[in-house]
Design a protein around this ligand. Structure first.
Ligand SMILES: [Zn+2]
Length: 105
């Protein structure tokens, strides 16, 4: 079981390296439910935070009706409703891992 988990997590990390994907895209690519993807992502956030060479990127959800952006949101799941216009047309957040510059930026 643990080995399978690790493999799934490593696959997710490979799939978001250098790009951005939604949890739904990842669920389709990896073949596990979206909820499991979100669980894995929570662990990936923590492990990447300890890694000096990499950085976890969260492209936040946005309202598709008024362009409100859910910045500063730390939860990984999609918000259900826009606080500004009450629309439920919220784009899914996207996740990525980018390599941190080693030149001191
Ligand atoms: Zn809105």
């Amino acid at each position: 079981m643990a080995t399978l988990d690790l493999t799934t997590r490593q696959r997710i990390m490979q799939l978001i390296a250098g790009t951005l994907r939604t949890s739904r895209q990842l669920a389709e690519l990896v073949g596990v439910p979206e909820r499991q993807i979100e669980d894995h992502l929570a662990h990936i956030v923590r492990s990447v935070a300890r890694d000096r060479a990499r950085r976890f990127v969260l492209d936040p959800s946005a309202c598709q009706d008024c362009d409100f952006v859910f910045r500063g949101r730390t939860r990984l799941t999609r918000p259900s409703r826009c606080p500004r216009c009450r629309s439920e047309a919220i784009s899914a957040p996207r996740y990525g891992i980018e390599l941190r510059s080693t030149t001191g930026k």
